[in-house]
Design a protein around this ligand. Structure first.
Ligand code: AMP
Ligand code: ZN
Length: 111
């Protein structure tokens, strides 16, 4: 827990952000500035700065993030039409919140 970290505060329920999903490892909420009709963030509760900072012990977290992304894609009806999953890594990669998060975007053409 980093008390100056926005996603630590959000994932601990210390903000008004609504969770679309929560379990012991992670939370999912809508991106405040969506880049697509569906734009979700899958965020571990553990403070990890970026993909670069993952340790071997974090394998279950990463695996859970992907499995929950799969489920959220189905729930938000973009699984069949298609979607993108991505991590921005450090400033040069477009990361602005330095707490690991997986973007799920889709819903442009739900056919
Ligand atoms: P990144 O560029 O990968 O670090 O992405 C950070 C994302 O967090 C951006 O898409 C922002 O729109 C989003 N974001 C920032 N603050 C909030 C917030 N309070 N609630 C939801 N999403 C946020
Ligand atoms: Zn954090």
């Amino acid at each position: 827990m980093d008390k100056n970290c926005l996603f630590c505060r959000i994932s601990r329920g210390a903000s008004s952000t609504d969770f679309l999903f929560e379990n012991e490892m992670l939370v999912v909420f809508k991106d405040i500035n969506p880049a697509a009709p569906v734009h979700l963030l899958i965020v571990p509760k553990k403070h990890i700065r970026s993909i670069n900072d993952l340790s071997d012990d974090d394998r279950p977290i990463l695996s859970e993030m992907l499995m929950v992304a799969r489920d959220m894609a189905a729930q938000y009806e973009v699984a069949k039409s298609g979607y993108r999953l991505f991590f921005n890594v450090e400033r040069g990669g477009g990361q602005v919140i330095f707490h690991l998060h997986l973007h799920l975007i889709g819903g442009w053409n739900k056919r």
